[in-house]
Structures are given as C-alpha cells and as structure tokens.
Design a protein around this ligand. Structure first.
Ligand code: IMP
Ligand code: MG
Length: 405
C-alpha cells in the first residue's frame, strides 16, 4: 500500500512503541530510521513487557520484517543483548535486518559522550551518554565506521587504525584518560561482526520491493521533533532527525512514498534531559503526573520533567512535519484533575507570541499563556470507543486537534 511515518511529536517518549506495535500487525515492514540506543520503547503484549532500544517494535509479529535503517547508529553490544533477550523469550529474529550503511557506535564514542558532558558541567545537555552524539559527529566528520565496514575484516582493521589514532589523541591529550588498545577493540568488534553478519543487508532495496508490492511499510521514529537538530531546542537536542523528513533519509525511500504522517502526542508534555520546556510543572501537579504515569526514562531511569500540553509546540510540530493524523496517548493520566490547562501562546518580553522562538535563550524566557478546561474526573482507561468518552475528554481532544490544525 504505502509508507506511514510514525513521528514522536514532542520531546520523545510519547508512546511510539505502543502505536507501532499496534499498527505493525498490518504492516509488512517496520524500519527504525534515526537515533540509536538513546531511545527506549516499552512494549507490553501477550508475551510480557519488553524494553527495546534499537530493534523496531514490529519484531513481535512473525510476518513483519524489521529493519534497523541507515539513519541509525548501532551499538552492537546493545543490539546483540536485545537479540539474545528476545530469542530467549521465544521471539523469532529471522526477519531482523540491519542496513550496511548504518554507523557503528564505538567504545570511544561512549567514552567521549561522558567526558564531553562532564566537561560542560552546569551546561551539560543531559545526554543519555550512549555515544550517540559522538557517533553522528563522526558520521558528519567522515570518520565513522559503518556496519558494512565491519563485514570486511582487513578493511575494518585499516579504518579502525586510522580513526583510533585520532581518537586516542583526544582521549589522552584533551581528557587525560587512557587510550584504547587497537587490538582489543578490533577483536571485540570482529566478534560482533560475526554475530550480526547474517542480518546485514542493503535494506533500501528491501523497502523498494515491499512498496512495489503495495505492502504497508511503517517508518518508526525515535525521540521527538523538539529534539531535532534543526528544529528542536538547539543545542539541547539529539543528533539525528526524528522528523517525517528524517524518515525518508534514514530509511532510503523517496518522500512521495510517504502517504501518512502519524504524530504521536502525549495528552500532556514530558521531557528528559536539559533544555527549555515552557509548560514544565515543578509543583505537586507535575509530581502527580510523574507518579501516576510513571514518567521515568526507559533508557536512563531519570525522572521525566512533566507539564501541561503545549499547543505552541504542537502547532509548530504539525507545521514542519505535515501530520495527517494524531495518536494521542495517556489521556487517562489526566483522569483525576478537576481543571486542565493547555498552553496556547507564550508571553515573551511583554508580547504574546504563538510561534516557537528559534533561540533557546528566548524560549527559556517564555511564559506559557494557558487556557483552562474542565477535567472529566472519572476513569477512562476501559473505554474503547470515542463516543463513550466523557464530554470533557472529547472537548479536550477536540482542542488538541484544533491546535494542531
Ligand atoms: P543524546 O541523544 O543521548 O545525545 O541526548 C540528547 C538529548 O536528547 C538529551 O536531552 C536526552 O535526554 C534526549 N533524548 C535522547 N533520546 C531520547 C529518547 O528516546 N527519549 C527522550 N529523550 C531522549
Ligand atoms: Mg522513550
């Protein structure tokens, strides 16, 4: 049929894993198109609860091909650990494929992620310290090592030798830590290569043939639009594009193949890590949301910052991604609030604005302008039909739809 991009519309953790898991039942292929194991998707199904960081959430269906796309960066140790965990729990991995163009997270990336964050001190970005940023840095700097490179051992050794020499200079001379030993890294990554080799493919060809057969291809994003390096709250962003446009690039298909762009929004906002978040609630309400929804990071366990739904962010996110549909998750978290707030504009330096400022310093000074709505004060998690929702809940959803245009 067509390719459907599933995009995290806020700061990540909107529940993409759950939505992909539902949609994957009807999909032939699911592709992860960006990020690395900084992402964390929780999927709960009949086999139990699974926390996935790099393997697409479609893996639970025996008919679904799962691809880790060229736009990702892969820590082989994490990937292999996830594969082992899944196969021990009876999940078939024969339809898991890895793009030979995806970049590999190397031990120096992980070291540097931590060292750079420590060096920034109070200005730290709050990264997940998984080496994702440094791996994408090397991709842009033409110093990366790709999955395909691991498949040719002599070539890999040559490349690693060249890159490691430079990385060791930074490790020893800038940060004063021990250098990495070429032979050790090489041997370790050769073992990973042997293990992953049966899964490595030119994956964009696989997508092309699925699309030609009119099968459904799901493009699974990681993180959220407000963490995009171009449009997010730079520099408090991640380093690859979670946007719908990033899906084409990170999977290797043309934009005209993407017929649906499904935005996944939480019914409120959360953010993990540093950077501005205008509707953040540092009070009892924020704490109540965090406890009720168990808002702690899947990858790092950090408490997520919680706040009211931000309509300025939502409108911006909708405009730059061209959403064709919204999936609103965790509405039931708001069951017990008599009054709900939605931010519809910001106050900045005596003016009211309804666009997201580009500069983080400006966004940090923005005060949310709220509109208040009545809560529904009744449990809704058992409700399966829109028309059965309390009228206040339907009004709330309607308002989110309006704000997203
Ligand atoms: P990095 O992607 O590890 O470099 O982290 C950069 C920023 O993105 C930090 O604020 C992280 O907390 C945030 N981040 C990265 N991955 C995720 C995710 O999957 N969900 C939510 N936030 C994330
Ligand atoms: Mg997550």
């Amino acid at each position: 049929m067509t390719a459907i991009a599933v995009v995290g519309a806020q700061w990540g953790d909107e529940g993409k894993g759950k939505i992909i898991d539902m949609l994957a039942e009807k999909a032939a292929v699911v592709v992860r198109y960006s990020g690395g194991d900084n992402a964390g998707h929780t999927v709960i199904n009949s086999r139990g609860e699974f926390k996935l960081h790099i393997i697409p959430s479609g893996i639970f269906y025996s008919h679904t091909t799962c691809i880790i796309g060229n736009g990702t960066v892969i820590n082989p140790a994490v990937l292999i650990g996830e594969m082992d965990n899944l196969s021990q729990r009876g999940v078939d991995l024969s339809r898991l494929y890895i793009s030979d163009r995806a970049h590999v997270i190397m031990p120096y990336h992980i070291l540097l992620d931590g060292l750079e964050e420590d060096k920034l001190g109070g200005n730290a970005l709050g990264t997940t310290r998984k080496g994702v940023g440094p791996a994408f840095t090397d991709k842009a700097a033409r110093l990366g090592i790709r999955v395909g490179d691991l498949m040719d051992k002599p070539g890999f050794l040559k490349r690693l030798n060249l890159v490691l020499e430079r990385k060791n200079q930074i490790l020893t001379k800038v940060y004063g830590v021990q250098p990495l030993v070429l032979e050790e890294v090489y041997q370790q990554y050769c073992r990973y290569a042997d293990r992953l080799a049966p899964h490595v493919r030119e994956t964009s060809e696989m997508l092309d043939s699925a699309l030609k057969k009119k099968e459904i291809v799901l493009l699974e994003g990681a993180q959220g639009v407000l963490l995009d390096p171009d449009f997010g709250t730079y520099p408090y962003t991640t380093s690859s594009s979670p946007m719908a446009a990033g899906a084409c690039l990170g999977a290797g298909i043309g934009p005209n193949q993407v017929r649906q762009v499904l935005a996944v929004f939480k019914a409120y906002c959360t953010r993990v890590g540093g950077g501005p978040m205008p509707t953040e609630l540092k009070d009892d309400i924020g704490e109540a949301i965090r406890q009720c929804a168990h808002e702690f990071g899947t990858t790092t366990g950090r408490p997520r910052r919680c706040g009211w739904f931000d309509g300025v962010v939502a409108r911006f996110s909708a405009r730059i991604n061209g959403y064709t549909g919204l999936a609103i998750t965790r509405l039931d978290v708001l069951d017990n609030f008599p009054k709900l707030k939605i931010c519809t504009a910001y106050h900045l330096d005596g003016k009211t604005i309804d666009e997201l400022p580009a500069r983080t310093e400006d966004l940090e000074r923005c005060q949310p302008a709220y509109e208040e709505m009545d809560g529904w004060m009744t449990p809704i998690s058992g409700i399966r039909q829109y028309s059965h929702l309390p009228v206040e809940a339907r009004r709330y959803i309607k308002r989110l739809e309006e704000l997203c245009n």
